[in-house]
Design a protein around this ligand. Sequence first.
Ligand code: HEM
Ligand SMILES: *[C@@H]1O[C@H](CO)[C@@H](O)[C@H](O)[C@H]1NC(C)=O
Ligand SMILES: *[C@@H]1O[C@H](CO)[C@@H](O)[C@H](O)[C@H]1NC(C)=O
Length: 380
Amino acid sequence: MAFFVDLVVLFILSGVAKALYELWLRPLRVRRMMAQQGIRGPPPHFFYGNNREVAWMKKEAREKPMNNLSHAIFPTVMPHITAWTAMYGKNYLNWHGVEAQLVISDPELIKEVLLNKEKVFHKAPATGFMKKILGDGLVTSEGDKWVSMRKLANHAFHNECLKNMVPDMASSARMMLERWKDYEGREIEVFKDLTILTSEAISRTAFGSSYMEGRIIFEMLTKLSMLAAKNAFRVQIPLIGIIWKTADQAEADRLEEGIRHAVMQVIMKREEKVKAGDIDGLGNDFLGMLVEALHDTDKSKRITIDNIVDECKTFYIAGQETTNTTLAWTMFLLAVHPDWQEKARKEVFDIFGNEDPNADGIPRLRTVRNQFHYSFDAQI
Ligand code: HEM
Ligand SMILES: *[C@@H]1O[C@H](CO)[C@@H](O)[C@H](O)[C@H]1NC(C)=O
Ligand SMILES: *[C@@H]1O[C@H](CO)[C@@H](O)[C@H](O)[C@H]1NC(C)=O
């Protein structure tokens, strides 16, 4: 019995020691090491690091109206980086809870990281809510796993595949424009509608014929990413998460399971079609390609259901916020610069007349393409 009590006491003591090290000693040591190399940064709070200041600065910046319509959006989007690079230099140390983050804005260093010639810079592993969203898909995976999944994904972006999607995309856009007709002379929440448009485009690319099921999956994923955003600056206490879950974490677990279940349903439906004799039953979309790889006779090329679920989720997440914001920002810029809007309109009419845009004409839209690049650069 005494032995058992000793063991428990020892266990608790070592837990306390480890917690103290993680929460207090390690941050102190890392900060000292970095300071010796000339890297400083905002002092972290015990346990929370700099998270609370970041959240607070972002909130404050977003509540201020942007009276000056300019490309200088960085202080509004990333106010903490603006403030801290001004105080501590181009590269500084930030604390996400007890995790140290080196923020770099020196172009030479950024280039070094992005080129990653020596393969020393790894992707940060997704944890918590982000892990549920991205899984081990293309955005998070590395090495051989990334190479093989990337090969599959490349097919989906092949020119021929993209060309086949143009009519569907055009009809989605047409539907949106029809809705807008009712708003003549009134305000429209363009950003929201563009989100519907882009999610339809992705649903069609990824799920093709199963596009309605795709939308349901997307809705669950949207809820999951809202939970992730809500909890982005919340610090996870190690181990506690295993024993006790917050309501948001429990909801996220349910959504993750729901998504997995829904993807599996789509896959099974397609497999049944094949069994019933339909040779093209798997579908010639991204999902179809993935399901084919699920049954690859070459074991080294075979992928798992989890791979498929993760890749479907990754496509939605990676393809959605990027495109809805680019379109909304471009539209905003065109509204602010009506002369450019006129030029774009003229070009579109010159090439397509009153027809829907088609795959052959799109590469000839030079002005429109340049405008996108311009809008795009401003965002980055
Ligand atoms: C304006 C639109 C877009 C922008 C600005 C954008 C930006 C980016 C960036 C910067 C990365 C690299 C991230 C990193 O390596 O850490 C990336 C990766 C990725 N994006 Fe996009 N993206 C856009 C549209 C899309 C769309 C429409 C899809 C899919 C439907 C997509 C799917 C992906 C995937 C799967 C990756 C990971 C690629 C890999 O690591 O192999 N993106 N994107
Ligand atoms: C807005 O623009 C005006 C004139 O260009 C400038 O004087 C002012 O400082 C700007 N305000 C902000 C908040 O950037
Ligand atoms: C744009 O897409 C992101 C990612 O799906 C979403 O969270 C956001 O709400 C969308 N924006 C609008 C205005 O709908």
